[in-house]
Design a binder for this molecule. Structure first.
Ligand code: GUN
Ligand code: ZN
Length: 434
C-alpha cells in the first residue's frame, strides 16, 4: 500500500510518502478506519470479517482527474492541428449533440465506466452548455458511487449559436443545477466558464457573483493553454495585465478554483495562484497532442510559492483516460523542461495533489484513516512486459515508476469507491454498480 501524508515537493519524502509492504486496510461505512501492517492490525478486524486479499499488488488511493471533458469522450484521438482548429472542427460539433438527453446519458455512462476501468474515483469534469448534460453525468456518477465535480459550460460568444447561452440563462441554469446537485451524495457543482475568449466580461462577472453566492462550489476553466489563446485574451481584455488577471478581476481565483493547463503563465501569475490558493491542472497528454507547450511543474511547485497542482487527462484533447499514462507523459514533459518528475511526485499529483486542487484534501486522495475509502488495486504483472520488468524492480519507487511508464487500464485490477467494489477487471461484467 502506498499513500501520502504530505507533499513530497515541499517536505522530505520520508514525511510525505508512506509505503506499507504487507498492508491491511479496514473500511467502515465508506471510510477508511485503519491502515497499517497486516500482522499488527489483524486483531482489529471485526469477528467474521474476511479481508479481500490482493497478494503482490499495489494499493493506492483512487486517482483524481482534475480536468476532463466527459462530452468529448466520443472524439478522443481526432486528428487536428492546434487548439482553435480542434475546437471548431471536433469539440464544438460533438458538444451540440448533447442537446439530446439520451445521447448525453449514453456518453455519461460510457465515461463513468472508463473512469472506473482506469482507477479514477474522483474527477472534475466539463459538461456542455446544456443543463441536461449535467443531469446525465451526475445521475451516472451517483449510480456508481463516484465523486464527481462538474458543471454546465458558460459560453456566450464566439462559438456556434447552438452552444451559446446568455448572461442571464447561464446564471439561472447554473443556480438551478447547484440547487439540484451540489452536495447531493458525492456530487459537487463546478461553475464552468469555458475560458475567457468565449465569455463576455458580463458573463465572467455573473460567474464570480454565482461563486460568491454559493461558497463550497468549485470554479473550473482553462488558462494559458496555447500562445495564440494568450494573445487573443490580451486583445479581448486590454485593460487587464494578463490572462490570469482576467479571472482575478472577476473574482474567479481562490481555493477550489481549478484552471486547466497554465502552460504559458509567467512567474508573477504563478505567484498569484499560490497566494490565492488557485489550483492548476497539468494535462500533459493534451498539451503534447495539440502541441500547446510544456508545463513547468517544478516552477509551479516552487517551495517558496507553491501552487496546488493536480493532473488532468483533458480527454478529448487528452489521449488517454489512464492516470498512469498521464503520469508517464508528465514525466517526459518535466524532463524536457529540465527536471525529471519521479514516481513519488507523479503519484502525489495523481492522488493527494488532485484532491488538494479540488479542495478535497482530507476527504479523498489518501489512504490515511478518516478519508473516504476510494482506492485502486494495481497489478504489476498485468502484461507480460510489466511482469518481466517489475520482477527486476529493486524498491517500491522503481515499481511505481515502471507501473506509471508501462501501465494503463490493463494494470487496474480493481477499483473501490466508498469501500465498495466498483470495477473488477477479471469479472465477466466489469461495471458493477456500487
Ligand atoms: N479551451 C477551451 N475549451 C477547450 C477544450 O474543450 N479543450 C481544450 N483542451 N482546451 C480548451
Ligand atoms: Zn480542457
Amino acid at each position: 500500500m502506498v499513500w501520502f501524508r504530505g507533499d513530497p515537493f515541499l517536505t522530505g519524502r520520508q514525511d510525505a510518502f508512506v509505503h506499507e509492504p504487507d498492508g491491511l486496510l479496514i473500511c467502515e461505512d465508506g471510510r477508511i478506519t485503519a491502515i497499517g501492517d497486516h500482522a499488527a492490525l489483524r486483531g482489529r478486524l471485526r469477528a467474521g470479517v474476511v479481508p479481500t486479499h490482493y497478494p503482490d499488488h499495489v494499493i493506492s488511493a483512487g486517482f483524481v482527474d482534475t480536468h476532463v471533458h466527459y462530452a468529448q469522450t466520443g472524439i478522443i484521438a481526432a486528428f487536428g492541428s492546434r487548439l482553435d482548429d480542434w475546437l471548431d472542427h471536433y469539440a464544438f460539433a460533438e458538444e451540440q449533440r448533447f442537446a439530446d438527453a439520451r445521447y448525453a446519458a449514453g456518453t455519461a455512462s460510457a465515461f463513468c465506466d472508463e473512469l472506473l476501468r482506469n482507477g479514477t474515483t474522483t474527477a472534475l469534469a466539463f459538461c456542455t452548455v446544456h443543463p441536461q448534460s449535467v443531469d446525465a453525468l451526475f445521475r451516472e456518477a451517483s449510480r456508481r458511487g463516484l465523486r464527481i465535480a462538474a458543471g454546465k459550460v458558460l459560453m456566450d460568444r464566439d462559438a456556434p449559436d447552438a452552444l451559446l447561452d446568455t448572461v442571464r440563462s447561464g446564471y439561472e441554469d447554473s443556480a438551478a443545477l447547484i440547487a439540484r446537485w451540489h452536495g447531493k451524495g458525492r456530487n459537487l457543482y463546478a461553475i464552468t466558464p469555458r475560458f475567457a475568449p468565449t465569455s463576455t466580461p458580463e458573463q465572467l462577472e455573473a460567474a464570480g457573483a454565482l461563486w460568491r453566492e454559493h461558497p463550497g462550489t468549485l470554479v473550473h476553466t482553462h488558462v494559458s493553454e496555447s500562445t495564440d489563446e494568450v494573445a487573443r485574451v490580451r486583445s479581448l481584455f486590454p485593460d487587464r495585465s494578463g490572462y490570469l488577471d482576467v479571472y482575478d478581476h472577476y473574482g474567479l481565483l481562490g481555493p477550489r478554483a481549478v484552471l486547466a493547463h497554465g502552460v504559458h503563465l509567467g512567474g508573477r501569475e504563478r505567484a498569484r495562484c499560490s497566494e490565492t490558493g488557485t489550483a492548476l491542472s497539468h494535462c500533459p497528454t493534451s498539451n503534447l497532442f495539440l502541441g500547446s507547450g510544456l508545463f513547468r511543474v517544478r516552477d509551479a511547485k516552487d517551495p517558496a510559492r507553491p501552487v496546488r497542482v493536480g493532473l488532468g487527462t483533458d480527454v478529448g484533447a487528452g489521449t488517454s483516460f489512464s492516470m498512469l499514462a498521464t503520469m508517464n507523459e508528465a514525466h517526459k514533459v518535466a524532463k524536457l523542461t529540465g527536471y525529471p518528475l519521479d514516481a513519488v511526485e507523479a503519484f502525489h499529483l495523481a492522488t493527494r495533489g488532485g484532491a488538494q486542487a479540488m479542495g478535497l484534501e482530507g476527504t479523498v486522495g489518501s489512504l490515511e484513516p478518516g478519508h473516504e475509502a476510494d482506492f485502486v488495486v494495481l497489478d504489476p504483472k498485468a502484461t507480460p512486459l510489466l511482469a518481466r520488468r517489475t520482477a527486476r524492480a529493486e524498491d517500491v519507487e522503481e515499481l511505481l515508476f515502471v507501473l506509471a511508464v508501462l501501465g494503463d487500464d490493463r494494470a487496474v485490477r480493481a477499483t473501490y469507491v466508498a469501500g465498495a467494489l466498483a470495477h473488477d477487471r477479471d469479472a465477466p461484467s466489469s461495471a458493477a454498480p456500487a
